[in-house]
Every structure is written in structure tokens, then in C-alpha cells.
Write a protein that binds this ligand. Structure first.
Ligand code: LLP
Length: 404
């Protein structure tokens, strides 16, 4: 198996495992595919940094002219370090600190996606102290069911996100009366790994009715941010094609004169990366056959956290009979699994490829069990760029101290 022109086995030999490998071509082509349906439309695609904040990945999108959706001061710093344009940044998140607001105002970001009335009051105050005016959208919670995993559904009434639809007009009126707030848009984001178009259209329908209500109150918005959330194929899911999704949105907009913002994360990177891991031990027991690999839930948390499925294949498949394996890591938790019941023909030392590992994979990695974080690589043709060195054991406790 190759990433572009680079054999995965050679990458694993040279750089070790576990190791994330991304394809620059896949990143680029996926971004361009997202943009094709938007040729004649005023738009900005803001890559959701949380899906994959590696500077190498961000730099690929920055060169393609992407904007970025951030949720922390750390993500803003990464975007700037990667060569991203702060003027194309939207700042989402329910808990922005005053310091994060200041940093974003200094950087001159495109828009704050404000998620509550209290946040609006604080932003007005922080901007006032700096003699600045903050560009604002309200993230409105449209109360639609995204039909996805409950942990990643965000657009329902009982979620912590956004301003309740019923309160939105009143909060916009408050914003309009504030000296250091400038209303630019309206924003929503209903969840992640959504595999149907209809929840997006239901949400947009509500947003458009809000825009009408605002216009009646003499409040105009210059952009609508439809959020992210479009799903990918991990197993047998059939998410809408990008052009079907953007076309449905454009139809619903019905030529309304607004700039259109998108915040895709997973859809741009999820299938552009894999996690390489080596089989350390095969351990047959009475009830199960375990393949113990050198990657674990600290490297890829999605299976443990959401019971998420990632396809797992051998880099060099063996001919012959397969066995059903539990693919597990070395961490001391029963929840430390990467895949259940995978039919593979394995020997100790084999290299496995965990697919669809470009999104919410390395970005959710931890040091649990004092495991150093994996290396990250971007392949460009035959060139192999290490975009994150493997963490050293000594890195793990450089900020810690013994008691005197
Ligand atoms: N915009 C906002 C405000 C978000 O909260 C998110 C994701 C996105 C955009 C991007 O959503 P996407 O296009 O990637 O679906 N860790 C979970 C996913 C959490 C998503 C959080 N918010 C997972 O591994 O499935």
C-alpha cells in the first residue's frame, strides 16, 4: 500500500510506528472538490481546525485560500503559524475567555460566532476596552435533529451550543444596540458526521426565517454560516456528495444576496489520512483472538469514545485463511480497542493500516499511560515530509516538577 508514491512500509521502517500519514494530494483535491459547486457564489470555506490542527495540514489549506474555523486561542496561534489569513478566521465555541477575545481582535479575525448573551456582553466590553469593534454572528441553535451520534449532535435544544432560536431576535436587538459590536452574520452548526442533506436544509430553513425576522427589525446580515458536519464513509455510510450538498443549500438560499460560509472539518481531512501501527503480539484465548498493536486509544480515541468504526487492513495482505481479531492497544483499559472482530491473516510484526484517520484522530490524542504522541507525515508525490516529530519520552514531563 502506498500514500501517493511512497510505500507505507518504507515510511513505517524509516519513521517508526504508530505514525499518522496524510496525502497532500487528497487534502488538496478534497478541498477543491468542495469548492467546485461554489464557483459563482461569494463564499468562504473555513476548515474546522479541531479536526486536524497540524501545521502542515493547515498550511496546505492556507495555500488553497481557505479560511479557518477556530475554537480556542491555541487554534488561532496555529492558523497564524501555518500561514493562514486571520481575516478569514471565524471563532466558534461556547467558552471564549477575555484573553482569547483580545488575541482574536488583535489578529483582526473575520467574525466571532457568539454563542450566548453573556458572551456578547463580555465581547462588547473587551472590544470597548481596546477601542475596537467586534464583528459578530450569533450562533443560533435551530433545534433540528442531525440524526448522528448523540455525543456529536449539537443543534438540539438540549445541547449547550448557540442561542435558542426563540431568543435570537431579542439577542440580535441587544447586539445592535451595543457600541463595540458590529452584526455581520448568522451562524449555525448542527452536528458532525451527518450523512443526509435534509437536516442541513431544515436548519437553513429556520435560519432564513430568522434572517427575515431580523430584516423586519432593520437588522441586516451580510453572511450566513451554515457550519460544518458533512459526514464521510468509514464503513458503508453514504454521505451526500459535496456538489449535491452545496447545490441543495444554494437552492434553499434562492439567490439571497449574502456571503456563504462553511465550516467543514472531517469531510476535508478524514479520508486523507491513515494511522500506521505494528502488530506486537498475537494472543489467542479461549473466547477471542487478540492482535495487540503498538497504537492505542491515546493515539486514536474514536473507537473507545464513540464506538466508532475504522477500517483496518494489512499493509501487505497475506494470502490464506483469516482469523477474527480484536485489534487492541497496550493501554490498561478494556476500552482500549481499535477494532472488533476483524477478519485478517496476521503475523507478529505485520504493519496495519487504520483508515479514515485524518480527522479527530491525532487531534484527540493524549499521553495517557505516559505514551509519547505519534509522528505525523504528509506525503507529496514521492516526497515524505515529517510534519510532526514523534514525541520523546523526555518531552512528557519537562513541565513537571518533583517536590523539594
Ligand atoms: N463548526 C463547529 C462549530 C463545530 O463544533 C464543528 C465540530 C465543526 C464546525 C466541524 O464539524 P465537521 O465538519 O468536522 O463534522 N470528535 C468527534 C467530532 C466532534 C465535532 C465537533 N465539532 C468525532 O471524532 O467524531
Amino acid at each position: 500500500m502506498h500514500a501517493e508514491d511512497a510505500p507505507l512500509a518504507t515510511i513505517a521502517e524509516t519513521h517508526g510506528t504508530p505514525c499518522y500519514v496524510y496525502s497532500k494530494k487528497a487534502l488538496t483535491e478534497t478541498f477543491q472538490r468542495f469548492e467546485t459547486g461554489l464557483q459563482n457564489v461569494d463564499h468562504l470555506i473555513c476548515f474546522a481546525v479541531k479536526a486536524n490542527p497540524n501545521l502542515g495540514v493547515l498550511s496546505v489549506f492556507a495555500k488553497l485560500g481557505a479560511g479557518f474555523d477556530i475554537v480556542s486561542g491555541g487554534e488561532l496561534a496555529r492558523v497564524i503559524a501555518a500561514g493562514g489569513d486571520p481575516k478569514k478566521v471565524v471563532f466558534s465555541g461556547v467558552g471564549k475567555t477575555a484573553e482569547e477575545m483580545r488575541d482574536a481582535l488583535i489578529a483582526g479575525i473575520f467574525c466571532f460566532n457568539v454563542e450566548s448573551q453573556s458572551e456578547l456582553v463580555r465581547l462588547n466590553q473587551v472590544a470597548g476596552e481596546m477601542g475596537k469593534v467586534a464583528p459578530v454572528s450569533l450562533r443560533v441553535n435551530p433545534n433540528v435533529d442531525a440524526k448522528t451520534h448523540p455525543y456529536i449532535s449539537t443543534g438540539l435544544k438540549n445541547n449547550k451550543f448557540g442561542v435558542a432560536f426563540e431568543d435570537a431576535v431579542a439577542v440580535y436587538q441587544q447586539a445592535a444596540a451595543m457600541d463595540n459590536i458590529d452584526i455581520h452574520g448568522v451562524d449555525c452548526h448542527i452536528g458532525s458526521q451527518i450523512t443526509e442533506v435534509s437536516p442541513f436544509i431544515d436548519a437553513l430553513d429556520r435560519i432564513l426565517s430568522l434572517v427575515d425576522q431580523l430584516e423586519a427589525e432593520n437588522i441586516t446580515v451580510s453572511h450566513i454560516d451554515v457550519g460544518g458536519g458533512i459526514g464521510i464513509t468509514y464503513d458503508d455510510e453514504t454521505p451526500p456528495a459535496f456538489d449535491a450538498y452545496t447545490q441543495a443549500i444554494l437552492e434553499k438560499l434562492n439567490q439571497k444576496k449574502v456571503k456563504l460560509l462553511f465550516e467543514p472539518g472531517r469531510a476535508l481531512v478524514g479520508n486523507a489520512g491513515v494511522l500506521l501501527t505494528k502488530v506486537e503480539y498475537l494472543k489467542p484465548t479461549d473466547s477471542k483472538n487478540f492482535a495487540i498493536v503498538d497504537a492505542a486509544m491515546n493515539d486514536l480515541m474514536r473507537p473507545a469514545l464513540y464506538d466508532a468504526y475504522h477500517n483496518i487492513v494489512a499493509a501487505t495482505p497475506r494470502i490464506g485463511e483469516t482469523t477474527n481479531y480484536e485489534i487492541v492497544g497496550p493501554i490498561c483499559e478494556t476500552g482500549d480497542f481499535l477494532g472488533h472482530d476483524r477478519a485478517l491473516n496476521l503475523a507478529e510484526g505485520d504493519l496495519l493500516v487504520i483508515e479514515s484517520a485524518g480527522a479527530y484522530a491525532m487531534s484527540m490524542a493524549s499521553n495517557y499511560n505516559s505514551r509519547a504522541k505519534a509522528a505525523e507525515i504528509i506525503v507529496d508525490g514521492a516526497q515524505v515530509h515529517v510534519v510532526r516529530e514523534r514525541e520523546k519520552i523526555s518531552d512528557l514531563f519537562t513541565t513537571e516538577k518533583r517536590l523539594p
